[in-house]
Design a protein. Structure first.
Length: 542
């Protein structure tokens, strides 16, 4: 029988509800429970696909091809699972489904209303994913009090009534600010937001207080008193250097045993619980030697826009026993300052859409070829590599038809099937696809197998019309779709590490199981670095 842990937020947004929730999940996973997650986004968009990364950060893609909120990425990384697309519920999805049912005549005679029709649909969507799990974490985006959250809070309240109080556990995550002038932490915002939550009929079972520094016991006692929860149910997660430390911090506060008791989970306490996680956190804490990787993109002002890439680089650095310094470099400039590129040990060109910033990416590819700098291209990154390679080999003004539909050398083009889809949302090759690797290539050496599965999110592909010419010029095609029609991975000859992939490997990287492409790329940056001497290199690569 599935039990639910529901996470709401108060006071301010962006306090790390997702990390808090994923950390609770990690703790429970170490009790050998099957843990799944649902993220509710109360906006009207059907999915995250058409959202600008500056609004909600990266669009995370599930194996079954749903474009979702980035929190699903945290869940996959913390829980080490692959979540289905139905794990992301939006207001748009709920209303679309209810209206479709209404048109279908399912509610014939009824006046269709928020209560019960919308709230029933929300509960149905949550229960739909519960079957496979012992515990489902349900994180409600936004903060309590938002107009958009109201129907969801009502549905979650009903869920507790229907399932029972020992099956549904509410966690409220708040922020406890420190007022320098007064020299103390302030609990009032937490009191207010808990009151707001209670006005919806939900009494939290646990309050997680986010703060910059550790809060005192008397502050916890005050929160327990005013918010009507036991002292043991007030948990403090103060800022730590790595998000992966949060499960350890919460475990120290006995979150696991509290939740176990309240949800009546009969589980054995194992003293080695979280040991692997602890070791992984230690390996990520390495301070030296440092390699510098430049991520060349146009959303560099918000790191969340490339969060899975950044995490994958950190995981791979841990595996290589080095620290990676990730520098986000804006490609939307007339020309990237060469001094910036000179400082790098590796270049990564992430996925992206639209022509803005392409110039900087092509420059970076050129620089990497000229200077033998390791370079990793992902999706639009691969497109940039192919375009620049073609231009260097006599195909003047080669480009992608994404940016110009009147080209002499459209080396990147849209496949016929894709051309028929006119709507913006959902018109892409999305989700996991098989890819065959060609023996004796860098890709095959890295994966050490001939068949892999990776996640996609794009409309454009390498144009088969130019394949032969590009191969003649020295491009290596090292990965293909099963029918060998689509190019999935490219490399070039005589370069220490030059690889572009049409898919997004970053979505499959885990802190305790770094992605092989990223591991190999970071290894190449270690070999390239002029600041790491051979002695050091030998020690870390032993
Ligand atoms: N804009 C390109 C396409 O649609 C690349 C997409 C991406 O990088 N994810 O094919």
């Amino acid at each position: 029988m599935t039990k639910y842990i529901i996470i709401t937020g108060g006071v301010v947004s962006s306090i790390g509800k997702g990390i808090t929730s994923a950390s609770i999940g990690r703790i429970l996973r170490d009790y050998d429970l099957k843990v799944g997650a649902v993220k509710i986004d109360p906006y009207l968009n059907w999915d995250s696909g058409t959202l600008n990364p500056y609004q909600h950060g990266e669009v995370f893609v599930t194996y079954d091809g749903m474009e979702t909120d980035l929190d699903l990425g945290h869940y996959e990384r913390f829980l080490d699972v692959e979540l289905p697309g139905i794990s992301n519920i939006t207001t748009g999805k709920v209303y679309k489904s209810v209206i479709e049912k209404e048109r279908n005549g399912d509610f014939l005679g009824d006046c269709v209303q928020i209560i019960p029709h919308i709230t029933d649909e929300v509960k149905r969507m949550i229960r739909k994913i519960s079957g496979n799990y012992d515990i489902v974490l349900v994180e409600l985006g936004g903060t309590v009090g938002d107009i958009e959250s109201q129907p969801f809070l009502e549905a979650l309240r009903q869920l507790r009534n229907e399932e029972g109080h020992d099956k549904v556990f509410f966690v409220h995550v708040t922020y406890v600010p420190y007022l320098k002038a007064a020299g103390e932490f302030k609990t009032k915002p937490t009191q207010h937001s808990t009151k707001e939550l209670r006005s919806t009929g939900i009494n939290p079972d646990m309050i997680v207080c986010r703060s910059e520094k550790k809060i005192d016991e008397n502050i916890k006692a005050k929160i327990a008193h005013f918010c009507d929860v036991p002292f043991d149910a007030v948990i403090n997660t103060y800022d730590v250097s790595s998000i992966y430390e949060v499960p350890l911090l919460m475990d120290k506060e006995n979150v696991g045993s509290y939740v176990r008791t309240k949800l009546k989970l009969n589980l054995d306490e194992d003293s080695s619980r979280l040991d692997n996680w602890r070791n992984m956190v230690e390996s990520l804490k390495k301070e030296d030697p440092i390699v510098k990787v430049g991520v060349i993109g146009k959303y560099t002002k918000l790191e969340d826009a490339y969060i899975s890439i950044k995490e994958a680089l950190l995981h791979a650095a841990g595996e290589n026993k080095v620290k990676v310094e990730v520098k986000f470099i804006n490609s939307d400039v007339n020309s990237i300052d060469k001094k910036i590129l000179d400082e790098l040990d590796g270049i990564l060109i992430p996925g992206g859409f639209g022509e803005r910033g392409l110039g900087g990416k092509l420059e970076a590819v050129d620089y990497a070829i000229e200077n033998n700098v390791p370079i990793f291209g992902i999706c639009l990154g691969l497109h940039s590599m192919v375009i620049q390679f073609a231009r260097r080999n006599g195909m003047k003004d080669a480009n992608s038809s994404e940016f110009d539909d009147n080209l002499k050398y459209p080396v990147i083009d849209m496949m016929e099937e894709q051309k028929k889809v006119k709507k913006m949302g959902g018109s892409m090759r999305l989700g996991s696809y098989d890819c065959k690797l060609v023996k004796n290539t860098l890709a095959h050496d890295i994966y050490k197998q001939s068949l892999i599965k990776e996640r996609h999110r794009h409309r454009f592909e390498v144009n088969n019309e130019f394949k032969e010419q590009l191969i003649k010029d020295g491009l290596i095609l090292s990965g293909f779709s099963l029918d060998e029609f689509l190019v999935e991975i490219i490399e070039i000859k005589d370069h220490p590490w030059f690889l572009g992939c049409q898919f997004h490997p970053e979505f499959k990287s885990r802190p305790s199981n770094a992605h092989p492409l990223f591991v190999s790329f970071i290894k190449a940056t270690v070999n390239y670095s002029h600041e790491i001497d051979n002695n050091q290199r030998n020690i870390i690569q032993k």
